[in-house]
Design a protein around this ligand. Structure first.
Ligand code: AMP
Ligand code: MG
Length: 334
């Protein structure tokens, strides 16, 4: 398949929208990461997304809409909390898991009776959805298991020849995927952390927001529990080609250990890449993390040494969630 490279001009977006309407696949920029889009209500089109990504078919997709009023096609009833979150955070990087309407194909939701919905804060994405005139199901536009793409070049590297078109836009502003919030129970539960934090949501809803158990286990891993070293293929996600180790501890010690391990491995002929973010610069870390992984892969390093963020808050937690998964929970404590 020849993949068309399109721009964000009106003409090109109209062409991309036509491809979506005909059941084709188009990668497009959002503020979080690039998405790989198909008509969310066309099960055959959605099946092609799973195929292009090599994604397990039980992993549901986020459905993107351009107007809050389009949510009625997807879910039967909105609570006051849901409407409040829409008013405060859309368009933006907050995905809500809601009860699904029968018309949403099982293919799109991985057979679940819920649907994940968001409105992206990117003009190109919103125009594409409006022009296509259908909700667009879009997971991240990477081969399953690889780091999410935050730049058009990253999408082309993974998807060239596998999809109909890529809309080449700016680099993604946020750099990590949206916060996923389960709104189907009494208490909102964060299933995936992002730059919209539990505190941000609590401030709007004036009620407690919980983290999914599995995320808290990761946090415990951070706080001192020794996590069994990976039989974790099931954890493997966002993985660079290189081996990757996260070094965790007090900052000076982390820096020293990275230098030590770097020297040691370079002497033995290994090409080593380092990821070490400025202290407390969580938003910048979110923006740069996936791009950095892909740059190091392009440089064909053998080993990536990543310094864990220290003393992190909500946004830092979201970055650490990705960092630990990328490394397959391969952690050295200093
Ligand atoms: P990605 O498509 O790579 O951005 O990933 C989408 C994320 O949203 C995955 O972690 C999915 O498991 C999650 N997700 C999508 N739909 C649902 C749903 N209905 N219930 C729970 N999680 C969902
Ligand atoms: Mg993904």
């Amino acid at each position: 398949m020849k993949t068309r490279i399109l721009s964000t001009t009106e003409n090109d977006i109209a062409e991309a929208a036509g491809i979506i309407q005909q059941g084709g696949l188009v990668a497009f920029p959002t503020e979080t990461v690039y998405g790989l889009g198909a008509d969310a209500l066309n099960a055959e089109a959605v099946a092609k997304v799973y195929e292009a990504k090599g994604r397990p078919s039980d992993n549901p997709m986020i459905v993107h809409i351009a107007r809050a009023s389009d949510i009625g096609q997807l879910t039967p009833m909105l609570s006051e909390d849901i409407v409040n979150l829409i008013d405060n955070f859309w368009p933006g990087p907050l995905t809500m898991v809601l009860k699904k309407k029968a018309g949403v194909p099982d293919r799109t939701t991985g057979g679940l009776d819920t649907v994940a919905v968001r409105m992206p804060d990117s003009e190109a994405a919103l125009e594409l959805i409006r022009e296509a005139d259908c909700p667009i199901a879009a997971p991240s536009a990477n081969i399953s298991g690889r780091p999410s793409p935050t730049r058009a070049g990253d999408v082309i590297a993974d998807m060239n020849g596998r999809i109909d078109a890529v809309i080449q836009g700016d680099d993604c502003r946020v750099g990590i995927e949206s916060t996923v919030l389960d709104m189907t129970g009494d208490t909102p539960v964060i299933l995936r952390p992002g730059i919209i934090t539990a505190e941000d949501i609590e401030a709007v809803l004036k009620k407690e927001v919980k983290y999914d158990e599995a995320l808290l286990k990761d946090k415990q891993g951070e706080d001192g529990d020794i996590r069994p070293k990976a039989p974790g293929m099931k954890y493997k996600h966002y993985a660079p080609k290189a081996d990757m180790v996260v070094i965790e501890g007090q900052r000076d010690k982390v820096k020293a250990e990275i230098e030590r391990l770097k020297g040691l491995n370079e002497r033995l002929g290994s090409k080593v890449g380092v990821i070490l973010f400025e202290e407390k610069a969580f938003v910048e870390a979110a923006h740069d993390f996936f791009a950095k992984l892909r740059d190091l892969d392009n440089e064909e390093v053998d080993l990536i040494l990543a310094g864990a963020l220290s003393d992190f808050d909500g946004v830092g937690f979201a970055v650490m969630n990705r960092m630990l998964k990328s490394a397959g929970y391969n952690i050295v404590k200093v």
